[in-house]
Design a protein around this ligand. Structure first.
Ligand code: AMP
Ligand code: MG
Length: 390
């Protein structure tokens, strides 16, 4: 049975390059991965400007009385030269300043007289001038490809007029949910039935994973119904096909066989992980397919370990890396011959293993924000590896 680490290597090889890029409006670009270099089109800031409300004077101006000549409002062009000694301009935060011989004094360090003159209580200085190009020069790289467009990155793009950034196309994902026992979450299950929670789980996980859910359907366990639904999903040419349930060897487990019938090469049908052992990874031209074990906790683990990794690579970004964290005291970890990915709560200074009964145990999922790696050979170290989850 393949190990998690070896399967990562195989999956990485299945995504040699990201999906094509597209230009989209800035307003829609949140959460996308940038695929171009953004250069500063001009110096940042583009002109010397004031960081304070106060007065602009000549650099030779000492403390004392000056005559007010007028106001430079933010947004107005900079005066060609600094005021002559003995005179001042009122300036506000953001006012453009002359390129030479400008000095500033804060309003708090002055006293206005009723004769239109201002008393400078201290010597003016240049320390409150935000200098042209002090943040970046025209042509400097502001953002590199691969950057996640978070709120800050979007603001930077806006500031330089990059209103149609080139970003990775989001992966198109089709999700087929199998299981004759499943009913919709808004239905009341009859005896022996359960509500389908994996559809909701996958839809939510995809939203944070550079992917769009383009199709989602539930089918019974009949092989022909499953084959028909699979064909309908593939007709949409998804980048990724997810099949929930039916990934193992039971009488109703058709996923592997149907994917093979549809021309997929099966790369693995089991992985040495707990939970999540029955896991199918398959590919054919332009599409990767994953058969996820139906148990909700297995679903969560397989998605974060494998599907999210592939989606990150398709988007042109690095998969979430394992981090090291201190295991909180009283975390009781059941050892197992398979590597365990334990639902856990990561806080700023440690990670706590959460109690879970088995792979169907949804109750732990609301609190889990991480998976803690418990190696198959027990370790006495208090440092553990953790995968942050969305
Ligand atoms: P399977 O992988 O199809 O053998 O399913 C394993 C277990 O997961 C069974 O107990 C199923 O009832 C349960 N299961 C399968 N699919 C879902 C789903 N969509 N939502 C909740 N539980 C599920
Ligand atoms: Mg099933």
């Amino acid at each position: 049975m393949i190990s998690v680490a070896d399967l990562w290597i195989q999956l990485d090889a299945l995504v040699p390059s990201p999906l094509p890029s597209e230009r989209i409006p800035l307003a829609s670009a949140q959460g996308r991965i940038l695929r171009e270099t953004i250069l500063a089109p001009e110096d940042q800031p583009p002109f010397d400007r004031s960081a304070i409300d106060g007065y602009l004077v000549h650099t030779d101006q000492p403390a004392g009385l000056v005559t007010l000549e007028g106001t430079i409002h933010p947004g107005a062009p900079a005066p060609a030269s600094a005021p002559s000694p003995g005179t001042a301009y009122r300036i506000l935060t953001g006012s453009a300043l002359p390129p030479e011989k400008a000095a500033l004094i804060m309003q708090e360090d002055t006293k206005a007289t009723d004769t239109g003159r201002v008393h400078l209580l201290q010597s003016p200085s240049t320390k409150h001038i935000r200098r042209r190009a002090s943040q970046a020069r025209a042509g400097d790289t502001l953002i590199s490809p691969g950057q996640l467009l978070n709120a800050g990155a979007l603001a930077l793009l806006a500031s330089v007029g990059a209103t149609a950034p080139l970003v990775s196309r989001r992966a198109r994902v089709a999700h087929l949910v199998t299981g004759g026992e499943l009913v919709s979450p808004d239905a009341t299950p009859a005896s022996g039935q359960i509500r389908d929670s994996n559809s909701t789980l996958i839809a939510a996980l995809l939203r944070d994973s550079h992917a769009d859910l383009i199709w989602q359907q539930r089918v019974s366990d009949s092989r022909s119904a499953t084959a028909e639904a699979l064909a309908a999903a593939l007709a949409l040419q998804p980048d990724i096909l997810l099949v929930s349930g039916g990934a193992s060897v039971g009488d109703h487990d058709h996923t592997g066989a149907l994917l093979a019938d549809a021309g997929f090469t099966i790369h693995c049908d089991k992985v040495a992980s707990r939970p999540g052992k029955p896991f199918i990874a398959a590919s054919r031209e332009g599409c990767l397919a994953f058969g996820l074990p139906g148990n909700p906790l297995s679903h969560f683990v397989c998605f974060h370990l494998f599907v999210r990794r592939v989606l990150a690579r398709l988007a042109g970004t690095e998969p979430v890396a394992l981090i090291r964290a201190k295991l909180a005291p009283r975390s009781e970890l059941r050892p197992d011959p398979r590597e365990t990915w334990w639902p856990a709560l990561l806080t700023h200074d440690s990670v706590t293993a959460l109690p879970w009964r088995d792979s169907s145990d949804l109750t732990v999922l609301a609190r889990a924000n991480a998976l803690l790696r418990v190696p198959s050979t027990p370790s006495a170290s208090s440092q553990v590896e953790v995968l942050c989850c969305s």
